[in-house]
Write a protein that binds this ligand. Sequence first.
Ligand code: PEP
Ligand code: MG
Length: 587
Amino acid sequence: MADSPGGDPRPTNVCFTMHGIGVSGGIAIGHAHLFSGMSTEVDHYPIAAYDVPREQRRYDRAVKEVQEELKELADSVRHSASSELAPFVNVHLMLLQDSALSEVPREIIAEERCNAEWALRVQLDELTAQFDDIEDEYLRERENDVRQVAERVLGALAGSKRRIVPRPAREDPAILVARDLSPADVILFREHPFAAFVTDMGGATSHTAIMARSLAIPAIVALHHARSMIREDELIVIDGAQGVVIVNPDRAVLAEYRLKQNQARLERDKLKRIRTAAAATLDGTPIQLYANIELPSDIEAVRASGATGIGLFRSEFLFMNRRDLPDEDEQYEAYREVLEGMKGRPVNIRTLDIGADKALDGQENEAENPALGLRAIRYCLAEPELFNTQLRAILRASKHGKAMILIPMLCSWTELNQSLAAVARAKEELKTEGVKFDEHVPVGGMIEIPAAAIALPMFIRKLDFLSVGTNDLIQYTLAIDRADDSVAHLYDPLHPAVLSLLHGVIRTAHQHEKPIAVCGEMAGDVELTRLLLGFGLRHFSMHPASVLAVKQRVLTTSLPDIAPLVARVLKGEEPDKIRLVLGKLNG
Ligand code: PEP
Ligand code: MG
Protein backbone atom coordinates (compact mmCIF):
# COMPACT_ATOMS: atom_id res chain seq x y z
CA MET A 1 0.00 0.00 0.00
CA ALA A 2 1.40 3.39 -0.91
CA ASP A 3 2.22 5.93 1.74
CA SER A 4 -0.58 8.27 2.80
CA PRO A 5 -0.90 11.70 1.17
CA GLY A 6 0.46 13.11 4.42
CA GLY A 7 3.87 11.49 3.72
CA ASP A 8 7.09 13.49 4.05
CA PRO A 9 8.33 15.62 1.18
CA ARG A 10 11.97 14.38 1.22
CA PRO A 11 13.66 13.24 -2.01
CA THR A 12 13.82 9.52 -2.64
CA ASN A 13 16.82 7.30 -1.77
CA VAL A 14 18.19 9.64 0.89
CA CYS A 15 20.03 7.71 3.61
CA PHE A 16 18.99 8.55 7.17
CA THR A 17 18.96 6.91 10.60
CA MET A 18 16.27 6.67 13.25
CA HIS A 19 16.59 5.64 16.90
CA GLY A 20 14.05 3.88 19.09
CA ILE A 21 13.96 1.23 21.80
CA GLY A 22 15.39 -2.07 20.60
CA VAL A 23 13.10 -4.73 22.06
CA SER A 24 14.29 -7.79 20.20
CA GLY A 25 17.89 -8.17 19.08
CA GLY A 26 19.31 -9.19 15.73
CA ILE A 27 19.98 -7.64 12.36
CA ALA A 28 17.43 -7.60 9.55
CA ILE A 29 17.91 -6.18 6.06
CA GLY A 30 14.87 -5.89 3.86
CA HIS A 31 12.29 -3.73 2.14
CA ALA A 32 9.76 -1.76 4.13
CA HIS A 33 6.11 -2.70 4.12
CA LEU A 34 3.96 0.04 5.61
CA PHE A 35 1.14 -1.30 7.72
CA SER A 36 -1.91 0.88 7.71
CA GLY A 37 -4.22 -1.68 9.23
CA MET A 38 -6.80 -1.25 6.51
CA SER A 39 -8.26 -4.02 4.43
CA THR A 40 -11.60 -4.68 2.83
CA GLU A 41 -11.57 -8.31 4.04
CA VAL A 42 -14.26 -8.33 6.69
CA ASP A 43 -16.20 -10.72 8.88
CA HIS A 44 -19.92 -11.21 8.45
CA TYR A 45 -22.09 -11.94 11.45
CA PRO A 46 -25.79 -11.48 12.27
CA ILE A 47 -26.96 -9.14 14.99
CA ALA A 48 -30.17 -9.12 17.04
CA ALA A 49 -32.92 -6.63 16.13
CA TYR A 50 -32.35 -4.73 19.38
CA ASP A 51 -28.66 -4.34 18.48
CA VAL A 52 -29.41 -2.52 15.20
CA PRO A 53 -29.36 1.01 16.66
CA ARG A 54 -26.14 0.25 18.53
CA GLU A 55 -24.48 -1.07 15.36
CA GLN A 56 -25.66 2.02 13.45
CA ARG A 57 -24.16 4.22 16.13
CA ARG A 58 -20.90 2.26 15.80
CA TYR A 59 -20.95 2.96 12.08
CA ASP A 60 -21.68 6.66 12.63
CA ARG A 61 -18.79 6.89 15.07
CA ALA A 62 -16.42 5.33 12.56
CA VAL A 63 -17.55 7.72 9.81
CA LYS A 64 -17.10 10.66 12.15
CA GLU A 65 -13.65 9.46 13.15
CA VAL A 66 -12.56 9.23 9.50
CA GLN A 67 -14.07 12.63 8.81
CA GLU A 68 -11.95 14.17 11.58
CA GLU A 69 -8.91 12.30 10.33
CA LEU A 70 -9.40 13.56 6.76
CA LYS A 71 -10.00 17.14 7.91
CA GLU A 72 -6.75 17.06 9.87
CA LEU A 73 -4.96 15.58 6.88
CA ALA A 74 -6.39 18.26 4.56
CA ASP A 75 -5.17 20.96 6.95
CA SER A 76 -1.68 19.49 7.25
CA VAL A 77 -1.13 18.99 3.51
CA ARG A 78 -2.51 22.43 2.69
CA HIS A 79 0.32 24.01 4.67
CA SER A 80 3.02 21.62 3.55
CA ALA A 81 5.16 21.03 0.49
CA SER A 82 2.57 18.48 -0.60
CA SER A 83 -0.18 21.10 -0.97
CA GLU A 84 -1.08 19.72 -4.41
CA LEU A 85 -2.48 16.71 -2.56
CA ALA A 86 -5.14 18.77 -0.76
CA PRO A 87 -7.79 18.42 -3.53
CA PHE A 88 -7.48 14.62 -3.33
CA VAL A 89 -8.12 14.66 0.38
CA ASN A 90 -11.11 16.93 -0.19
CA VAL A 91 -12.55 14.48 -2.72
CA HIS A 92 -12.35 11.81 -0.05
CA LEU A 93 -14.11 14.06 2.42
CA MET A 94 -16.92 14.70 -0.08
CA LEU A 95 -17.29 11.00 -0.82
CA LEU A 96 -17.54 10.24 2.86
CA GLN A 97 -20.32 12.79 3.28
CA ASP A 98 -22.29 11.39 0.34
CA SER A 99 -25.31 9.36 1.43
CA ALA A 100 -23.93 6.37 -0.53
CA LEU A 101 -21.35 5.96 2.21
CA SER A 102 -22.81 7.81 5.18
CA GLU A 103 -26.44 6.59 4.96
CA VAL A 104 -26.89 3.48 2.83
CA PRO A 105 -24.72 1.17 4.98
CA ARG A 106 -26.86 2.16 7.99
CA GLU A 107 -29.95 1.05 6.06
CA ILE A 108 -28.25 -2.23 5.16
CA ILE A 109 -27.46 -2.85 8.85
CA ALA A 110 -31.19 -2.52 9.62
CA GLU A 111 -32.43 -4.50 6.61
CA GLU A 112 -29.96 -7.37 6.78
CA ARG A 113 -29.40 -7.24 10.55
CA CYS A 114 -25.70 -7.56 9.99
CA ASN A 115 -22.54 -6.02 11.39
CA ALA A 116 -21.43 -2.58 10.19
CA GLU A 117 -18.33 -3.89 8.39
CA TRP A 118 -20.42 -6.25 6.32
CA ALA A 119 -22.98 -3.57 5.48
CA LEU A 120 -20.21 -1.33 4.18
CA ARG A 121 -18.69 -4.21 2.23
CA VAL A 122 -22.08 -4.91 0.56
CA GLN A 123 -22.45 -1.26 -0.35
CA LEU A 124 -18.87 -1.08 -1.63
CA ASP A 125 -19.53 -4.05 -3.93
CA GLU A 126 -22.65 -2.34 -5.20
CA LEU A 127 -20.80 0.94 -5.87
CA THR A 128 -17.83 -0.67 -7.58
CA ALA A 129 -20.19 -2.67 -9.83
CA GLN A 130 -21.74 0.64 -10.91
CA PHE A 131 -18.30 2.07 -11.66
CA ASP A 132 -17.57 -0.87 -13.97
CA ASP A 133 -20.38 0.33 -16.26
CA ILE A 134 -19.10 3.91 -16.48
CA GLU A 135 -17.40 4.80 -19.76
CA ASP A 136 -15.73 8.02 -18.65
CA GLU A 137 -12.18 7.20 -17.56
CA TYR A 138 -11.92 10.06 -15.08
CA LEU A 139 -15.10 9.00 -13.31
CA ARG A 140 -14.05 5.37 -13.38
CA GLU A 141 -10.87 6.33 -11.56
CA ARG A 142 -12.98 7.59 -8.69
CA GLU A 143 -13.65 3.95 -7.88
CA ASN A 144 -10.25 3.86 -6.20
CA ASP A 145 -11.13 6.85 -4.09
CA VAL A 146 -14.36 5.22 -2.95
CA ARG A 147 -12.45 2.10 -2.05
CA GLN A 148 -9.84 4.04 -0.11
CA VAL A 149 -12.47 5.92 1.85
CA ALA A 150 -14.28 2.66 2.62
CA GLU A 151 -10.99 1.15 3.78
CA ARG A 152 -10.48 4.05 6.15
CA VAL A 153 -13.95 3.51 7.61
CA LEU A 154 -13.25 -0.20 7.96
CA GLY A 155 -9.99 0.65 9.69
CA ALA A 156 -11.86 2.87 12.15
CA LEU A 157 -14.45 0.14 12.74
CA ALA A 158 -11.74 -2.41 13.35
CA GLY A 159 -9.89 -0.29 15.90
CA SER A 160 -7.44 -2.69 17.55
CA LYS A 161 -8.72 -5.58 15.47
CA ARG A 162 -6.72 -4.73 12.38
CA ARG A 163 -5.29 -7.41 10.23
CA ILE A 164 -1.77 -7.76 8.91
CA VAL A 165 -1.85 -8.02 5.14
CA PRO A 166 1.10 -9.70 3.44
CA ARG A 167 2.98 -7.56 0.95
CA PRO A 168 2.25 -9.00 -2.47
CA ALA A 169 5.16 -7.70 -4.55
CA ARG A 170 8.38 -9.35 -3.29
CA GLU A 171 9.46 -12.85 -2.44
CA ASP A 172 11.81 -11.99 0.44
CA PRO A 173 10.29 -11.33 3.87
CA ALA A 174 9.56 -7.65 4.37
CA ILE A 175 10.13 -5.39 7.35
CA LEU A 176 6.85 -4.20 8.75
CA VAL A 177 6.63 -0.50 9.60
CA ALA A 178 3.60 0.44 11.70
CA ARG A 179 2.38 3.16 13.97
CA ASP A 180 1.46 0.57 16.55
CA LEU A 181 0.86 -3.17 16.64
CA SER A 182 -1.30 -5.06 19.10
CA PRO A 183 -0.25 -8.47 20.45
CA ALA A 184 -3.09 -9.88 18.34
CA ASP A 185 -1.49 -8.34 15.21
CA VAL A 186 1.86 -9.85 16.01
CA ILE A 187 0.42 -13.32 16.48
CA LEU A 188 -0.57 -13.13 12.81
CA PHE A 189 3.11 -12.87 11.89
CA ARG A 190 3.10 -16.61 12.12
CA GLU A 191 0.89 -16.65 9.02
CA HIS A 192 2.71 -13.92 7.10
CA PRO A 193 6.30 -13.96 8.25
CA PHE A 194 8.18 -10.68 8.39
CA ALA A 195 11.93 -10.28 8.84
CA ALA A 196 11.48 -7.61 11.53
CA PHE A 197 9.11 -4.91 12.64
CA VAL A 198 9.38 -1.33 13.80
CA THR A 199 6.69 0.79 15.40
CA ASP A 200 6.24 4.39 16.41
CA MET A 201 4.68 3.48 19.76
CA GLY A 202 5.24 0.84 22.45
CA GLY A 203 7.39 -0.07 25.44
CA ALA A 204 10.07 -2.71 25.97
CA THR A 205 7.95 -5.22 27.85
CA SER A 206 4.64 -4.58 26.14
CA HIS A 207 3.18 -7.87 24.98
CA THR A 208 3.90 -6.77 21.42
CA ALA A 209 7.62 -6.61 22.23
CA ILE A 210 7.48 -9.94 24.04
CA MET A 211 5.90 -11.52 20.97
CA ALA A 212 8.75 -10.22 18.80
CA ARG A 213 11.28 -11.86 21.06
CA SER A 214 9.33 -15.08 21.05
CA LEU A 215 9.32 -15.03 17.24
CA ALA A 216 13.05 -14.33 17.39
CA ILE A 217 12.80 -11.43 14.93
CA PRO A 218 14.45 -8.05 15.46
CA ALA A 219 12.07 -5.32 16.59
CA ILE A 220 12.30 -1.66 17.52
CA VAL A 221 9.53 0.36 19.14
CA ALA A 222 9.02 4.02 20.11
CA LEU A 223 10.47 5.40 16.85
CA HIS A 224 7.76 8.11 16.77
CA HIS A 225 8.07 8.99 13.04
CA ALA A 226 8.97 5.76 11.27
CA ARG A 227 5.49 5.30 9.79
CA SER A 228 5.51 8.76 8.27
CA MET A 229 9.20 8.94 7.28
CA ILE A 230 9.81 5.52 5.77
CA ARG A 231 8.28 4.79 2.39
CA GLU A 232 6.87 1.59 1.00
CA ASP A 233 9.54 -0.72 -0.42
CA GLU A 234 12.50 1.34 0.75
CA LEU A 235 15.53 -0.72 1.73
CA ILE A 236 16.09 -0.61 5.48
CA VAL A 237 18.49 -2.11 7.99
CA ILE A 238 17.27 -2.93 11.49
CA ASP A 239 19.67 -3.35 14.37
CA GLY A 240 17.33 -4.67 17.06
CA ALA A 241 19.91 -4.68 19.85
CA GLN A 242 20.88 -1.03 19.34
CA GLY A 243 17.40 0.21 18.44
CA VAL A 244 18.68 1.69 15.16
CA VAL A 245 16.94 1.84 11.78
CA ILE A 246 19.00 2.85 8.72
CA VAL A 247 16.91 3.85 5.73
CA ASN A 248 18.41 3.63 2.22
CA PRO A 249 21.84 2.47 3.47
CA ASP A 250 24.80 2.97 1.13
CA ARG A 251 26.91 0.03 -0.01
CA ALA A 252 29.50 0.26 2.78
CA VAL A 253 26.83 0.30 5.51
CA LEU A 254 25.01 -2.59 3.88
CA ALA A 255 28.20 -4.65 3.71
CA GLU A 256 28.97 -3.96 7.37
CA TYR A 257 25.53 -5.13 8.50
CA ARG A 258 25.61 -8.19 6.25
CA LEU A 259 28.83 -9.15 8.00
CA LYS A 260 27.25 -8.64 11.44
CA GLN A 261 24.28 -10.71 10.33
CA ASN A 262 26.54 -13.58 9.31
CA GLN A 263 28.50 -13.43 12.55
CA ALA A 264 25.27 -13.63 14.54
CA ARG A 265 24.17 -16.62 12.46
CA LEU A 266 27.45 -18.39 13.22
CA GLU A 267 27.04 -17.66 16.95
CA ARG A 268 23.54 -19.12 16.88
CA ASP A 269 24.77 -22.24 15.10
CA LYS A 270 27.53 -22.67 17.68
CA LEU A 271 25.01 -22.47 20.51
CA LYS A 272 22.99 -25.31 19.01
CA ARG A 273 25.74 -27.69 20.09
CA ILE A 274 24.68 -27.38 23.74
CA ARG A 275 21.01 -28.07 23.03
CA THR A 276 21.00 -31.51 24.64
CA ALA A 277 23.56 -30.76 27.37
CA ALA A 278 22.14 -30.84 30.89
CA ALA A 279 21.82 -27.33 32.32
CA ALA A 280 24.01 -27.13 35.42
CA THR A 281 26.41 -24.61 36.89
CA LEU A 282 30.17 -25.28 37.04
CA ASP A 283 29.78 -26.47 40.62
CA GLY A 284 27.18 -29.02 39.51
CA THR A 285 23.91 -27.35 40.61
CA PRO A 286 21.12 -28.39 38.21
CA ILE A 287 19.08 -25.54 36.73
CA GLN A 288 15.70 -25.92 35.04
CA LEU A 289 15.28 -23.99 31.81
CA TYR A 290 11.71 -23.91 30.54
CA ALA A 291 10.08 -22.09 27.63
CA ASN A 292 7.21 -19.59 27.35
CA ILE A 293 4.72 -20.12 24.53
CA GLU A 294 1.69 -18.37 23.10
CA LEU A 295 0.17 -21.03 20.84
CA PRO A 296 0.38 -24.83 20.44
CA SER A 297 2.32 -24.28 17.20
CA ASP A 298 5.22 -22.92 19.30
CA ILE A 299 6.02 -26.47 20.46
CA GLU A 300 8.37 -26.90 17.52
CA ALA A 301 10.50 -23.97 18.70
CA VAL A 302 10.44 -25.34 22.26
CA ARG A 303 11.83 -28.65 21.07
CA ALA A 304 14.54 -26.95 19.03
CA SER A 305 15.54 -24.87 22.08
CA GLY A 306 16.21 -27.87 24.31
CA ALA A 307 13.87 -26.48 27.02
CA THR A 308 12.74 -29.22 29.38
CA GLY A 309 9.26 -27.92 30.08
CA ILE A 310 6.84 -25.08 29.44
CA GLY A 311 6.87 -22.58 32.26
CA LEU A 312 4.23 -20.28 30.79
CA PHE A 313 1.60 -21.01 28.18
CA ARG A 314 -0.09 -17.63 27.65
CA SER A 315 -3.48 -19.20 26.93
CA GLU A 316 -5.13 -15.86 26.12
CA PHE A 317 -3.69 -16.01 22.61
CA LEU A 318 -6.16 -18.83 21.88
CA PHE A 319 -8.88 -16.26 22.48
CA MET A 320 -7.57 -13.51 20.17
CA ASN A 321 -8.20 -12.61 16.52
CA ARG A 322 -11.67 -14.13 16.57
CA ARG A 323 -15.17 -13.02 17.34
CA ASP A 324 -16.28 -16.04 19.34
CA LEU A 325 -14.70 -17.65 22.38
CA PRO A 326 -13.03 -21.06 22.05
CA ASP A 327 -15.39 -23.58 23.65
CA GLU A 328 -14.35 -26.32 26.06
CA ASP A 329 -13.63 -28.89 23.36
CA GLU A 330 -11.54 -26.51 21.29
CA GLN A 331 -9.50 -25.50 24.32
CA TYR A 332 -9.16 -29.11 25.40
CA GLU A 333 -7.69 -29.98 21.99
CA ALA A 334 -5.21 -27.08 22.18
CA TYR A 335 -4.01 -28.02 25.69
CA ARG A 336 -3.87 -31.66 24.77
CA GLU A 337 -1.74 -30.89 21.71
CA VAL A 338 0.78 -29.04 23.89
CA LEU A 339 0.80 -31.69 26.62
CA GLU A 340 1.26 -34.52 24.15
CA GLY A 341 3.89 -32.52 22.28
CA MET A 342 5.87 -32.15 25.51
CA LYS A 343 5.73 -35.92 26.11
CA GLY A 344 5.15 -35.93 29.86
CA ARG A 345 7.26 -32.86 30.58
CA PRO A 346 5.62 -30.11 32.68
CA VAL A 347 3.32 -27.62 30.98
CA ASN A 348 2.19 -24.60 33.01
CA ILE A 349 -1.05 -23.45 31.48
CA ARG A 350 -1.72 -19.93 32.62
CA THR A 351 -5.43 -19.19 32.86
CA LEU A 352 -6.76 -16.39 30.70
CA ASP A 353 -4.82 -13.16 31.26
CA ILE A 354 -6.93 -10.77 29.24
CA GLY A 355 -7.18 -7.01 29.79
CA ALA A 356 -4.65 -4.13 29.74
CA ASP A 357 -2.85 -4.35 26.37
CA LYS A 358 -4.46 -7.70 25.44
CA ALA A 359 -8.09 -7.33 24.41
CA LEU A 360 -10.64 -9.81 23.13
CA ASP A 361 -12.12 -8.88 19.75
CA GLY A 362 -15.14 -6.63 20.16
CA GLN A 363 -14.20 -5.72 23.75
CA GLU A 364 -12.37 -2.45 23.56
CA ASN A 365 -10.98 -1.70 26.96
CA GLU A 366 -12.67 1.48 28.02
CA ALA A 367 -11.29 1.53 31.56
CA GLU A 368 -9.36 4.65 32.53
CA ASN A 369 -6.44 2.54 33.75
CA PRO A 370 -6.76 -0.85 32.07
CA ALA A 371 -3.57 -2.24 33.64
CA LEU A 372 -5.12 -1.60 37.04
CA GLY A 373 -8.57 -2.76 36.02
CA LEU A 374 -10.45 -5.94 35.27
CA ARG A 375 -7.50 -7.97 34.08
CA ALA A 376 -6.33 -11.60 34.36
CA ILE A 377 -7.78 -13.47 37.37
CA ARG A 378 -10.01 -10.49 38.18
CA TYR A 379 -11.63 -10.83 34.78
CA CYS A 380 -11.99 -14.62 35.11
CA LEU A 381 -13.60 -14.36 38.55
CA ALA A 382 -16.03 -11.81 37.12
CA GLU A 383 -16.88 -14.26 34.30
CA PRO A 384 -17.27 -17.55 36.22
CA GLU A 385 -18.66 -19.54 33.29
CA LEU A 386 -15.79 -18.57 31.00
CA PHE A 387 -13.33 -19.48 33.78
CA ASN A 388 -15.09 -22.77 34.45
CA THR A 389 -14.94 -23.67 30.75
CA GLN A 390 -11.19 -23.11 30.70
CA LEU A 391 -10.54 -24.99 33.93
CA ARG A 392 -12.62 -27.96 32.73
CA ALA A 393 -10.68 -27.99 29.45
CA ILE A 394 -7.30 -27.92 31.24
CA LEU A 395 -8.36 -30.64 33.68
CA ARG A 396 -9.69 -32.85 30.87
CA ALA A 397 -6.42 -32.40 28.97
CA SER A 398 -4.39 -33.19 32.12
CA LYS A 399 -4.61 -36.92 31.48
CA HIS A 400 -2.42 -36.45 28.38
CA GLY A 401 0.68 -35.19 30.16
CA LYS A 402 1.91 -33.16 33.10
CA ALA A 403 -0.44 -30.18 33.28
CA MET A 404 -0.06 -27.43 35.84
CA ILE A 405 -2.52 -24.57 36.34
CA LEU A 406 -1.03 -21.11 36.79
CA ILE A 407 -3.23 -18.24 38.03
CA PRO A 408 -2.14 -14.76 36.88
CA MET A 409 -2.14 -11.56 38.94
CA LEU A 410 -3.19 -12.94 42.28
CA CYS A 411 -3.40 -10.18 44.83
CA SER A 412 -5.92 -10.91 47.57
CA TRP A 413 -6.89 -13.72 49.90
CA THR A 414 -10.38 -13.73 48.44
CA GLU A 415 -9.09 -14.09 44.89
CA LEU A 416 -6.87 -16.94 45.96
CA ASN A 417 -9.75 -18.77 47.65
CA GLN A 418 -12.20 -18.08 44.83
CA SER A 419 -9.67 -19.37 42.28
CA LEU A 420 -9.09 -22.55 44.23
CA ALA A 421 -12.84 -22.98 44.68
CA ALA A 422 -13.30 -22.62 40.92
CA VAL A 423 -10.74 -25.38 40.33
CA ALA A 424 -12.50 -27.57 42.92
CA ARG A 425 -15.87 -26.92 41.27
CA ALA A 426 -14.57 -27.88 37.83
CA LYS A 427 -13.08 -31.08 39.31
CA GLU A 428 -16.36 -31.96 41.03
CA GLU A 429 -18.31 -31.48 37.82
CA LEU A 430 -15.98 -33.70 35.84
CA LYS A 431 -16.09 -36.36 38.53
CA THR A 432 -19.89 -36.32 38.51
CA GLU A 433 -19.82 -36.67 34.73
CA GLY A 434 -17.37 -39.57 35.00
CA VAL A 435 -14.68 -37.72 33.01
CA LYS A 436 -11.10 -38.79 33.77
CA PHE A 437 -8.45 -36.23 34.69
CA ASP A 438 -5.35 -35.89 36.85
CA GLU A 439 -6.75 -35.23 40.32
CA HIS A 440 -3.40 -33.89 41.50
CA VAL A 441 -2.90 -31.16 38.92
CA PRO A 442 -0.75 -28.62 40.79
CA VAL A 443 -2.16 -25.11 41.08
CA GLY A 444 0.36 -22.27 41.22
CA GLY A 445 0.15 -18.52 41.35
CA MET A 446 1.92 -15.76 39.50
CA ILE A 447 3.59 -13.25 41.75
CA GLU A 448 3.41 -10.07 39.73
CA ILE A 449 1.77 -7.55 42.02
CA PRO A 450 3.98 -6.04 44.76
CA ALA A 451 1.28 -6.77 47.36
CA ALA A 452 1.54 -10.49 46.58
CA ALA A 453 5.33 -10.37 46.72
CA ILE A 454 5.31 -8.59 50.09
CA ALA A 455 2.57 -10.76 51.62
CA LEU A 456 3.90 -13.94 50.04
CA PRO A 457 3.33 -16.29 53.02
CA MET A 458 -0.42 -15.67 52.64
CA PHE A 459 -0.31 -17.27 49.17
CA ILE A 460 2.38 -19.84 49.74
CA ARG A 461 0.39 -22.03 52.09
CA LYS A 462 -2.40 -22.70 49.64
CA LEU A 463 -0.48 -22.89 46.39
CA ASP A 464 1.62 -25.75 45.03
CA PHE A 465 4.19 -23.53 43.29
CA LEU A 466 4.99 -19.94 42.39
CA SER A 467 6.09 -18.17 39.27
CA VAL A 468 7.28 -14.58 39.29
CA GLY A 469 5.99 -12.41 36.46
CA THR A 470 8.69 -9.77 36.51
CA ASN A 471 7.20 -7.81 33.62
CA ASP A 472 4.18 -6.89 35.67
CA LEU A 473 6.04 -6.88 38.97
CA ILE A 474 8.26 -4.10 37.59
CA GLN A 475 5.30 -2.29 36.02
CA TYR A 476 3.35 -2.23 39.27
CA THR A 477 6.32 -1.62 41.58
CA LEU A 478 7.61 1.35 39.62
CA ALA A 479 4.18 2.59 38.43
CA ILE A 480 5.35 2.42 34.80
CA ASP A 481 2.86 1.39 32.13
CA ARG A 482 4.87 -1.26 30.33
CA ALA A 483 3.22 -0.43 26.99
CA ASP A 484 3.74 3.33 27.16
CA ASP A 485 6.81 4.56 25.30
CA SER A 486 6.78 7.94 27.04
CA VAL A 487 7.82 6.28 30.33
CA ALA A 488 9.75 3.36 28.84
CA HIS A 489 13.10 4.83 29.94
CA LEU A 490 11.97 4.53 33.57
CA TYR A 491 11.18 0.82 33.30
CA ASP A 492 14.14 -0.65 35.15
CA PRO A 493 14.60 -4.30 36.20
CA LEU A 494 17.66 -3.20 38.20
CA HIS A 495 15.80 -0.70 40.36
CA PRO A 496 16.78 -1.54 43.96
CA ALA A 497 13.10 -1.93 44.89
CA VAL A 498 12.60 -4.54 42.16
CA LEU A 499 15.76 -6.44 43.10
CA SER A 500 14.87 -6.42 46.77
CA LEU A 501 11.33 -7.70 46.09
CA LEU A 502 12.56 -10.39 43.75
CA HIS A 503 15.27 -11.55 46.12
CA GLY A 504 12.78 -11.58 49.00
CA VAL A 505 10.25 -13.64 47.03
CA ILE A 506 12.84 -16.27 46.08
CA ARG A 507 14.16 -16.47 49.65
CA THR A 508 10.67 -16.78 51.18
CA ALA A 509 9.71 -19.50 48.71
CA HIS A 510 12.84 -21.46 49.63
CA GLN A 511 12.11 -21.03 53.34
CA HIS A 512 8.67 -22.56 52.74
CA GLU A 513 10.10 -25.19 50.40
CA LYS A 514 7.84 -24.09 47.58
CA PRO A 515 9.04 -24.47 43.99
CA ILE A 516 9.59 -21.07 42.46
CA ALA A 517 10.35 -19.95 38.90
CA VAL A 518 10.72 -16.62 37.13
CA CYS A 519 8.82 -16.46 33.84
CA GLY A 520 9.01 -12.73 33.06
CA GLU A 521 11.46 -11.22 30.58
CA MET A 522 14.21 -11.03 33.21
CA ALA A 523 14.52 -14.82 33.04
CA GLY A 524 15.53 -14.70 29.38
CA ASP A 525 17.97 -11.80 29.70
CA VAL A 526 21.42 -13.34 29.66
CA GLU A 527 22.86 -10.28 31.40
CA LEU A 528 20.71 -11.10 34.43
CA THR A 529 21.23 -14.88 34.53
CA ARG A 530 24.06 -14.79 37.06
CA LEU A 531 22.30 -12.27 39.23
CA LEU A 532 19.19 -14.46 39.43
CA LEU A 533 21.28 -17.55 40.08
CA GLY A 534 22.95 -15.63 42.89
CA PHE A 535 19.50 -14.77 44.29
CA GLY A 536 18.92 -18.51 44.60
CA LEU A 537 16.80 -18.98 41.49
CA ARG A 538 17.06 -22.46 40.01
CA HIS A 539 14.15 -22.38 37.60
CA PHE A 540 13.88 -20.00 34.63
CA SER A 541 11.20 -19.79 31.92
CA MET A 542 11.71 -17.70 28.78
CA HIS A 543 11.17 -17.51 25.01
CA PRO A 544 12.47 -20.56 23.26
CA ALA A 545 14.85 -18.25 21.37
CA SER A 546 16.68 -17.29 24.60
CA VAL A 547 17.10 -20.75 26.12
CA LEU A 548 20.44 -21.66 24.57
CA ALA A 549 22.14 -18.36 25.38
CA VAL A 550 20.96 -18.56 28.99
CA LYS A 551 22.09 -22.18 29.17
CA GLN A 552 25.53 -21.14 27.95
CA ARG A 553 25.72 -18.59 30.76
CA VAL A 554 24.58 -21.17 33.33
CA LEU A 555 27.23 -23.63 32.13
CA THR A 556 29.95 -21.04 32.66
CA THR A 557 28.84 -19.87 36.12
CA SER A 558 30.24 -20.96 39.46
CA LEU A 559 27.78 -20.21 42.25
CA PRO A 560 30.40 -19.82 45.00
CA ASP A 561 32.38 -17.42 42.79
CA ILE A 562 29.48 -15.09 42.05
CA ALA A 563 28.11 -14.94 45.61
CA PRO A 564 30.19 -11.94 46.85
CA LEU A 565 29.35 -9.82 43.78
CA VAL A 566 25.65 -10.67 44.04
CA ALA A 567 25.72 -9.59 47.70
CA ARG A 568 27.21 -6.28 46.57
CA VAL A 569 24.45 -5.78 44.01
CA LEU A 570 21.87 -6.34 46.74
CA LYS A 571 23.55 -3.86 49.04
CA GLY A 572 23.90 -1.30 46.25
CA GLU A 573 21.70 1.73 46.65
CA GLU A 574 22.75 3.67 43.59
CA PRO A 575 21.76 2.36 40.16
CA ASP A 576 25.15 3.29 38.64
CA LYS A 577 27.00 1.17 41.19
CA ILE A 578 24.55 -1.70 40.73
CA ARG A 579 25.25 -1.65 36.99
CA LEU A 580 28.97 -1.51 37.59
CA VAL A 581 28.92 -4.58 39.83
CA LEU A 582 26.60 -6.35 37.39
CA GLY A 583 29.17 -5.70 34.67
CA LYS A 584 31.81 -7.43 36.81
CA LEU A 585 29.45 -10.30 37.49
CA ASN A 586 29.11 -10.88 33.77
CA GLY A 587 32.74 -10.15 33.00
C1 PEP B 1 4.92 -11.16 33.52
O1 PEP B 1 4.14 -10.28 33.86
O2 PEP B 1 6.15 -11.13 33.81
C2 PEP B 1 4.46 -12.33 32.75
C3 PEP B 1 5.25 -13.34 32.52
O3 PEP B 1 3.22 -12.29 32.24
P1 PEP B 1 2.80 -11.36 31.00
O4 PEP B 1 4.05 -10.79 30.41
O5 PEP B 1 2.06 -12.21 30.05
O6 PEP B 1 1.94 -10.32 31.65
MG1 MG C 1 2.03 -10.67 33.74
